[in-house]
Design a protein around this ligand. Structure first.
Ligand code: NAD
Ligand code: DAU
Length: 337
């Protein structure tokens, strides 16, 4: 099987490539990634020299390049995206370009080359926000109500993907997953930012009142869900993927990390809220459980320990990402710190 992974040098894409090659050593993987600030080839050191893995530096918006690469491809797993909500609030344009236009070009190429499966990696953010007191969760039938430019761009991409299935018969599947955490996540995101700032004795920013709730999922669980959808998922279907069974606030997550690192809690600093900040996400993953037998294997308690240890043991990996460019971003994003 020849698989094209887009955005495979990012957090989830690189975890997926490593996961897949460990299990399916005979498959060939091409990883197409533009290496934006979020892409990092160091994530893939463990597979870089395998004969069945090939990296191509390039943009999914480059249609000629995509057409050339796609010729012998059976399956596309499309991770490439601008992924950080805060950056989408500061500068939405690139989100529309990569997440919408880029997806559309890939879809066109996939159709032309009669790709056997186009799997699109999407997010629970397309559904909008729940109230803190809500008992109901997002599921595949929840109407789309994106509230950030990032979420709107992902929602548009999802609609395009499904439209290529309905209109042209392209065999697509979509997973809408909740917040991932684990190794190789860029330190701009809440969990790695908290871990690395505590280690460096830098203030840890918490938006608003810290009561917002995310549905955390260990990245390996997400990889396994994608694997099952690729193997047994029904064409034209979307599958919601999520983790937690009970609500955990951002403040609670940060406090768990402080405890694990025995960090100085005075570093925790409440900062002005993210504009339009979604209050709560929660995923009902009963469809993927019922149809494909998937359910999360890992608990937040156990995998937060694993993740904290990974960042403790891989200091040079994240220190190189917290470079001068990142310092400038951090200063602009958190002027009160
Ligand atoms: P990430 O930001 O870590 O990685 C994105 C990767 O895409 C990077 O390697 C980057 O270089 C590459 N990329 C960006 N623009 C590109 C372009 N124009 N052409 C080619 N490559 C490009 O993101 P992530 O957290 O790994 O997320 C991967 C996918 O999963 C995204 O589609 C995101 O929307 C989705 N998702 C993420 C989460 C999460 O919690 N991180 C949850 C659900 C869904
Ligand atoms: O839900 C899935 C989404 O999860 C993915 O689609 C996105 O690509 C991914 O980035 C993530 O989005 P979030 O905005 O939820 O993740 P982030 O790590 O940025 O923030 C998690 C929560 O923590 C959110 O409520 C905002 C809050 N936060 C975040 C940062 C960076 C803070 O309080 N302080 C911070 O400095």
């Amino acid at each position: 099987m020849n698989i094209l992974i887009t955005g495979g040098a990012g957090f989830i894409g690189s975890n997926f490539i490593i996961y897949w090659l460990k299990k399916y050593a005979r498959d060939n993987i091409i990883n197409l990634d533009a290496l934006t600030y979020a892409g990092n080839l160091a994530n893939l050191n463990s597979v870089a020299n395998l004969p069945n893995y090939r990296f191509i530096k390039g943009n999914i918006c480059n249609s000629r390049l995509v057409s050339n690469i796609i010729r012998d491809i059976d399956i596309i797993v499309h991770f490439a995206a601008e992924s950080h909500v805060d950056r989408s609030i500061t500068d939405p344009g690139i989100f529309l370009e990569t997440n919408i236009y880029g997806t559309h070009l890939l879809l066109k190429a996939a159709l032309k080359n009669k790709i056997k499966r186009f799997h699109h990696i999407s997010t629970d953010e397309v559904f909008g926000s729940l109230l803190l007191k809500d008992k109901n969760k997002f599921n595949e039938k929840t109407p789309y109500h994106p509230r950030s430019p990032y979420a709107a761009s992902k929602a548009a991409a999802d609609h395009l993907v499904l439209s290529f299935c309905h209109t042209y018969g392209l065999p697509v599947t979509i997973t809408n997953c909740s917040n991932n955490y684990g190794p190789f996540q860029h330190p701009e995101k809440l969990i790695p930012l908290t871990i690395t700032n505590i280690i460096e004795n830098i203030k840890v920013p918490l938006y608003g009142d810290g009561k917002n709730i995310r549905d955390w999922l260990y990245v390996e669980d997400h990889c396994r869900a994608i694997e099952l959808v690729l193997k047994e998922g029904r064409v034209g279907e979307t599958y919601c993927v999520g983790g937690l069974l009970k609500d955990v606030s951002n403040l609670a997550v940060i406090k768990m990390i402080f405890r694990l690192l025995q960090g100085n809690e005075n570093l925790l600093t409440f900062v002005p809220d993210r504009p339009g900040h979604d209050r709560k996400y929660a995923i009902d993953w009963s469809k993927i459980k019922r149809e494909l037998g998937w359910q999360p294997r890992y608990s937040l308690e156990a995998c937060l320990v694993k993740t904290v240890n990974w960042y403790k043991n891989n200091r040079s990996w994240w220190q190189s990402l917290k470079n001068r460019q990142f310092q400038a971003y951090f200063k602009k994003q958190y002027p009160d710190l």
